[in-house]
Design a protein around this ligand. Structure first.
Ligand code: PLP
Length: 404
């Protein structure tokens, strides 16, 4: 049994009201709320175990280091990486992709080389490549999609050339909810001898992910979207790839020996972790992963799938409803417009009813251009959302619709 009410009791913020109305939090694609165990892990570590990691001989530093490195092992297990050395802690998805874009293009790409992305990427999987493109004249090739929000795999195949160096795609679209066939996308790329980075920002919180089963070369995600703290994230990379990439930032932690003549770099994963890491955040992230693991990612996925089916069915009953993203394989992100009501108006009025949704381009302007719109309203579910909240959303939309 999936006891959603018991789960909700772990998230104190879900009990609050806004404008005197019970909070209906449907902005989980942007960030998720935190269970008590994560918040307590953060305060507990500051109160009891705070010391800088890795460099200390003293008791507290060793204890903090143990917690930090145990968190790396928790992440390894969660995504089934082969080795904890393949887990690089970053500030989040965006920093993970910037790290990869900078180090990969610096060491593996020449002018004229190409990276394949998809039309539904978040800006953070577009702009880092463009920044590199400006310096090294590399090119982005874009996988198109059909009107339902499925990537066109035949067109994808055609994008490969002897210039292709990397494929970089989202596992789940943060606008359409499409679950992309990343296993097939990776197999196709590998058949061309090209590695693949998967942006897991919207998949990690919602489904089991096994990087070895996917055969992903790189996989990135943010802690705050999976019920963990802000400011911490992960870059997974196969050891053979991480070994080939140069350091990203310089500073403490990432060196073996420094002299003014020559500096040598630390081993994996520390080569990519310059400066004091967010060791409090990594412990919080590990707590969040333990929390969702204890519920079970399969069960979370099944529950959210059922909730999404219900929401889609209810939303489609609303006159004038247009849903963007009708892929057969989809997650709990629903983008929509109703009649000619501006998404900002819809979002603002829903907010007055206590319903938190997101409006706008969702950091995916090229996708908005493809859809021929400026923005949408987006409701995105987490493991604690309920059918009653879906009903509140539907009733709220109906109320707004009648006002216009
Ligand atoms: N990629 C996708 C698909 C996202 O949905 C997001 C955030 O919404 C990001 C990347 C960026 O994540 P962050 O802001 O945590 O770095």
């Amino acid at each position: 049994m999936y006891d959603v009410h018991q789960i909700r009791a772990d998230f104190p913020i879900l009990g609050r009201t806004v404008y005197g109305k019970p909070l209906v939090y449907l902005d989980n694609g942007a960030t998720t709320q935190k269970p008590r165990c994560v918040v307590e892990s953060i305060t507990g570590e500051y109160y009891n175990t705070n010391a800088n990691v890795h460099r200390g001989v003293h008791f507290l530093s060793q204890q903090a280091t143990e917690l930090h490195e145990a968190s790396r092992e928790t992440v390894r297990k969660f995504i089934n990486a082969r080795s904890a050395d393949e887990i690089v802690f970053t500030r989040g998805t965006t920093e993970s992709i910037n790290l990869l874009a900078a180090t990969f293009s610096q060491s593996q790409m020449e002018a004229g080389d190409e990276v394949i992305v998809s039309v539904m990427e978040h800006h953070s999987n577009i702009v880092p490549w463009q920044l590199q493109a400006m310096q090294r004249s590399i090119r982005l090739r874009v996988i198109p999609m059909d009107d339902q929000g499925n990537l066109l795999t035949d067109e994808y195949e055609k994008l490969f050339s002897e210039k292709t160096r990397l494929v970089s795609v989202a596992h789940v679209s943060n606008v359409l909810g499409t679950v992309n066939p990343v296993r097939e996308i990776i197999a196709t790329a590998h058949a061309h001898g090209v590695p693949v980075m998967v942006d897991g920002a919207q998949s990690i919180p919602h489904m089991p992910v096994d990087v070895q089963a996917l055969d992903a070369d790189f996989y990135v995600f943010s802690g705050h979207k999976v019920y963990g703290p802000t400011g911490v994230g992960v870059l997974y990379g196969k050891e053979e790839w991480l070994d080939r990439l140069p350091p990203y930032q310089g500073g403490g932690e990432m060196i073996q020996h420094v002299s003014f003549e020559k500096t040598t770099f630390n081993e994996l994963p520390f080569k990519f972790e310059a400066g004091t890491p967010d060791y409090i955040g990594t412990t919080g992230l590990a707590k969040a992963l333990d929390y969702v693991s204890a519920i079970g990612m399969e069960r979370i996925a099944a529950y959210e799938q059922e909730l999404t089916r219900y929401a889609l069915q209810r939303l489609r009953e609303i006159p004038g409803m247009r849903i963007f993203g009708e892929a057969a394989e989809r997650g709990g992100v629903i983008s929509f417009l109703v009649g000619d009501i501006h998404p900002f108006d819809m979002g603002t009025l829903l907010d007055r009813l206590g319903i938190a949704v997101r409006t706008g381009h969702h950091c995916a302007q090229p996708l908005m251009t493809r859809l021929g719109i400026e923005g949408t309203v987006r409701a995105s579910f987490g493991l604690y959302n309920t059918r009653e909240e879906v009903d509140a959303l539907v009733a709220g939309i109906e109320r707004v619709r009648k006002m216009f």
